[in-house]
Design a protein around this ligand. Structure first.
Ligand code: S3P
Length: 466
C-alpha cells in the first residue's frame, strides 16, 4: 500500500488512540489460564492481538470478540491446567511479544507444541528466551535459536536469573513459566522494562514481589553476576548493577488465577506519533484521552519535556491497575539532548518517532545504548537513517544508536517502511512537517498494531492543503 502525505495547515482535535498492544496480548494469554471469564474492554484489535486470539482458540479457549458498543473481549479461562494440545503449529504472525510470552506459557504444559511466525519473526532472536527457559528445565529445540520453536512437556524448576538483555518479553516469558515451576523464580533486571505482566499477575492474585538492590547485595546475585557478566554486551568486567528484582514464589496456586475485569488504556506507543506530530507542527493542539502512562513506558514523554516540549497531563488516574491520563501536547520548540542508559528501555519502541522529533531540535541529539533497535521489526538504526536522509535529515548511525543534527528542513520524498509499523507511522509524521508530498511505500504494515492509523491522522488534520 502506498500513502501520500501532505503537510496539513493545522493539527487539532481529540483522539483516543486504540488500546495498548502489550497489555492486550498479556490479557489474552493470562485470561486464557484464569479460573473463570475475563472481560477486557477497549482491547486492541490488530494483527498482533489477532494472532494471540487465534492461538488461544487453537489451545481450546473460547474467546468472544464484541465490537458493538466499544470493543470487548470475553475470554472463558480454562484454569492453569486446562489448555489442550493444538492440532497445528501456533502461528504468531509477526508478533514477537506473542511468540516470546507464549514460549514461557507452553514450556510448562503437559503437551508438546510448535510455535512459528512470519519470515520477519523467524529472523528475530529467540536465544534470549530459549536459554533461561532451558535453565528452568524447559525442553525447547530450534534451528540456531530462531523460530520455529519445538517445545516438549517438562517439569519446570525455579531460577535466579540475571537478565542478559533489557527485555520485557524475556522477563514475561519467565514470569509465565514461573506459574508452572516447582521452585522460586527470581529475575534481576539491570534496567527496568515495562511491568505490565507483573501488574496483571498481581491483579489475578499472584504474589509478585519487587525489590531494588545491587548485584553485590546478596551472595547469590553477586556470584551469578560474575558468572554471567562476560555475556553482557556492555560488560566491562564489573558486576552489573541490578535495578529491580522481581520474584514469584514456587507453584503457589494451581488453578487459582482470578479472571480479569479491566479496561485497556490507550497505547502510549501509538499516542507517541500524535504527541510528536503536535509538538512539531507549527499550528497544533491535540487531546489524547485515556492514554496509558505507566512510568516504564513513558520515557519519550520525559525526553520530550526535557527538550522543551509543552505537554500537559489531565485527569490522571488508575485503570485496570495501570496509570492513565489525557495527554495535551501543543506546538513547542525543542532543544537537542542525549538519551542513554536506563531511559533507553523506558522508550524502546519510540526511537523512530524520537528521531523525527530530533530533526527539529536545535543542536545535536545523541542516542546511545540502544543496540536492541537493530533486532526489532526492522533494523531501526540503519533503516531509519536511510529513510530520514531521503527527506533531508542530518542523521548518522552509530553502533548502538544515532546522532541527529538539527534543526533541518524536511522535504517530501519517496520513503519506505521496511515492513515496520513504527517506521511507517514515524515517516508519516515526518511527512506532516515536510515541504511538499511524501510518498510512503509499504504502509500496510501499520495493521500490526494500529490498523486505523491513517484514518485517525486524516481526522486530526482535516483542514489540510491538498
Ligand atoms: C514488548 C517489549 C519490548 C517492545 C515490544 C513489546 C512487550 O520488546 O519493544 O514492542 O510487550 O513486552 P523487548 O522485550 O524485546 O525489549
Amino acid at each position: 500500500m502506498i500513502k501520500e502525505i501532505y503537510p496539513p495547515r493545522q493539527l487539532n482535535g481529540v483522539l483516543r488512540v486504540p488500546g495498548d498492544r502489550s497489555i492486550t496480548v498479556r490479557a489474552i494469554l493470562l485470561g486464557s489460564i484464569a479460573d473463570g471469564t475475563s472481560v477486557v474492554r477497549e482491547y486492541l484489535d490488530c494483527d498482533d492481538t489477532g494472532a494471540s486470539v487465534n492461538i488461544m482458540r487453537e489451545l481450546g479457549i473460547d474467546i468472544h470478540e464484541e465490537r458493538d458498543n466499544g470493543s470487548m473481549l470475553r475470554i472463558h479461562g480454562a484454569s492453569m491446567h486446562g489448555l489442550h494440545a493444538a492440532r497445528q503449529e501456533l502461528f504468531c504472525n509477526s508478533s514477537g511479544t506473542t511468540m516470546r510470552l507464549l514460549a514461557g506459557l507452553m514450556a510448562g504444559q503437559t503437551f508438546a507444541s510448535t510455535i512459528d511466525g512470519s519470515e520477519q519473526l523467524r529472523n528475530r532472536p529467540m536465544r534470549r528466551i530459549v536459554e533461561p527457559l532451558t535453565r528452568m528445565g524447559a525442553l525447547i529445540s530450534s534451528t540456531s535459536d530462531h523460530a520455529p520453536l519445538y517445545i516438549k512437556p517438562a517439569n519446570l524448576h525455579g531460577i535466579d536469573y540475571l537478565m542478559q538483555v533489557a527485555s520485557a518479553q524475556v522477563k514475561s516469558a519467565l514470569l509465565l513459566a514461573a506459574l508452572y515451576a516447582d521452585g522460586d523464580v527470581i529475575i534481576r533486571e539491570t534496567a527496568t522494562t515495562r511491568d505490565h505482566t507483573e501488574r496483571m499477575l498481581s491483579a489475578m492474585g499472584v504474589a509478585v514481589r519487587y525489590g531494588h538492590q545491587n548485584g553485590d547485595g546478596s551472595s547469590h546475585a553477586a556470584l551469578q553476576a560474575s558468572e554471567e557478566s562476560r555475556l553482557l554486551p556492555q560488560s566491562s568486567g564489573q558486576t552489573p548493577v541490578v535495578d529491580r528484582q522481581i520474584s514469584i514464589p514456587s507453584r503457589q496456586l494451581p488453578g487459582a488465577l482470578h479472571p480479569l475485569d479491566m479496561t485497556v488504556p490507550a497505547d502510549f506507543s501509538s499516542a507517541a506519533f500524535f504527541l510528536v506530530a503536535a509538538i512539531l507542527h507549527p499550528h497544533s493542539r491535540l487531546e489524547l484521552p485515556g492514554t496509558g502512562l505507566n512510568p516504564t513506558r513513558t520515557g519519550l514523554l520525559e525526553a520530550l519535556r526535557a527538550m522543551g516540549a509543552v505537554v500537559t497531563v489531565q485527569n490522571s488516574g488508575l485503570q485496570g491497575g495501570e496509570p492513565v491520563g489525557d495527554l495535551v501536547p501543543v506546538t513547542s520548540r525543542l532543544r537537542a539532548m542525549e538519551v542513554s542508559g536506563a531511559l533507553t528501555s523506558l522508550m524502546i519502541d519510540e526511537f523512530p518517532i524520537f528521531a523525527v522529533a530530533a530533526t527539529q531540535a536545535v543542536g545535536t541529539t545523541v542516542v546511545r545504548n540502544a543496540e536492541e533497535l537493530r533486532v526489532k521489526e526492522s533494523n531501526r538504526i540503519d533503516d531509519l537513517v536511510v529513510e530520514l536522509r531521503k527527506m533531508g535529515a542530518h542523521i548518522e548511525a552509530t553502533s548502538d544508536g544515532f546522532i541527529v543534527a538539527g534543526p533541518a528542513t524536511l522535504r517530501g520524498a519517496v520513503v519506505d517502511a521496511h515492513g515496520d509499523h513504527r517506521m511507517a507511522m514515524s515517516l508519516a509524521v515526518a511527512g506532516l512537517i515536510a515541504e511538499g508530498k511524501t510518498t510512503l511505500t509499504g504502509a500496510e504494515c501499520v495493521s500490526k498494531t494500529y490498523p486505523g492509523f491513517f484514518d485517525d491522522l486524516a481526522a486530526i488534520s482535516a483542514s489540510s492543503d491538498k
